[in-house]
Design a protein around this ligand. Structure first.
Ligand code: UNU
Ligand code: FES
Ligand code: FE
Length: 356
């Protein structure tokens, strides 16, 4: 924000500029944050020292696998420590390719729901899928409801990951619908354990506490509904659930594609992202309708006094075959809400200074 009256300085999602001029009174800053120009400067009569009115700098800025994080708290843990064991599962997506590119600027829209519903769902809710997104089987777009092994991964700072794996492996192995000609690149970038695990993944989603989520799944290639699994095309979406108050958020949704994949595959993957989890995507609409109806329901005088149920899979067993850093749980094909409990424990801790 501008140091004069706090007007937002940059209102576009992409590009670059050497200077930013505030549209209100014209204070101008270099792209490194120095205040370089002030209209009617003489009228401040020497009382404005430009060196002291540069842009506020975040005390911690760091990046991981091309994702840039900024933090306003100088005393907060470093990004490396903060992400911790989350990095192993983030690498399955963001670390597998030499580089990713966005399919365009983020799609942004406002939703009447609390932002935490997105964080909890993406990091820990595999059991809404057959119901909320049941149209896929109801319409015969997926042949059968195949058996899945679920993994729930939790971390120290409240990051959560949920992975649905194939139990009956289709042949040839679908590898999440990733392009075959990219396999050598994945193999070079991943550990043998990570690459070996990739062949089993059907859907993988995670939340970096508090409000950054990602999802990697696959969908039928454009124009081939009902095609066999090996025809499926992988897509990756990255999203920020940006709070606008307790019952409103702004969605920022990106599609990501492997930079070195073929142009045709990139187009197909982008189409799959847009059809499923883009602003007009069918899965996206399924989810947001539920979250908006929860938020609307909880405005009720009685409903917001109710205890809700987060108890599913109370004591899931540690997953013996999870190849990444523990703890990870699976419950022998069963479902668990352990990730949402971990997420809300951390949230409680942030608000009240102690676990619930
Ligand atoms: O449909 C979803 N929102 C979803 C699917 C979230 C997490 C894992 C799988
Ligand atoms: Fe989950 Fe009703 S079944 S909100
Ligand atoms: Fe969903």
């Amino acid at each position: 924000v501008c140091r004069h009256r706090a007007r937002m300085l940059c209102s576009v999602d992409g590009g670059n500029a050497s200077h930013f001029m505030c549209p209100y009174h014209g204070w101008t800053y270099s792209n490194t944050g120095e205040l370089t120009g002030v209209p009617y400067f003489e009228s401040y009569q020497g009382r404005l020292v430009k060196d002291e009115w540069g842009l506020q700098e975040a005390p911690q800025v760091d990046s991981y696998r091309g994702l840039i994080f900024a933090c306003w708290d100088a005393a907060a843990p470093s990004l490396d420590d903060y992400l911790g064991s989350m990095k192993w599962t983030m690498d399955l997506i963001f670390g597998r390719a030499d580089a990713f590119e966005v399919t365009g600027p983020p799609q942004r829209w406002v939703v009447d729901c609390n932002w935490k519903l997105g964080s909890g769902n993406f990091g820990g809710d595999l059991h809404h899928v057959p119901v909320t997104h049941g149209f896929t089987t109801a319409l015969g777009l997926k042949a059968t409801r195949s058996r899945r092994q679920s993994y729930y991964v939790t971390t120290r700072y409240g990051h959560i990951v949920s992975v649905g794996c194939h139990l009956d492996m289709p042949h040839p192995k679908p590898y999440l619908g990733l392009p075959r000609d990219m396999m050598p690149e994945y193999q070079r970038n991943l550990s043998p354990e990570q690459f070996g695990f990739m062949e089993r993944i059907q859907t993988m989603a995670g939340t970096v506490f508090p409000n950054l989520s990602y999802l990697n799944s696959s969908s039928h290639s454009p124009g081939e509904w009902g095609a066999p699994p090996e025809k499926e095309v992988s897509f990756v979406t990255l999203r920020q659930w940006q709070p606008l108050g307790p019952d409103k958020m702004e969605m920022w949704s990106w599609g990501l594609v492997e930079k070195n994949a073929s142009e045709q595959w990139k187009r197909d993957s982008k189409t799959c992202y847009q059809r499923t989890f883009g602003a007009a995507g069918v899965f996206e609409q399924d989810d947001l309708e539920n979250w908006a109806e929860i938020t609307r329901g909880l405005r009720g005088a009685m409903a917001n006094r109710l205890w809700l149920h987060y108890g599913m899979g109370q004591t899931p067993s540690p997953a013996p075959d999870w190849p990444g850093p523990p703890p990870a749980y699976n419950t022998d094909r069963a479902m668990s809400e352990i990730n949402e409990r971990v997420f809300y424990q951390r949230w409680h801790e942030m608000l009240y200074g102690h676990p619930a």
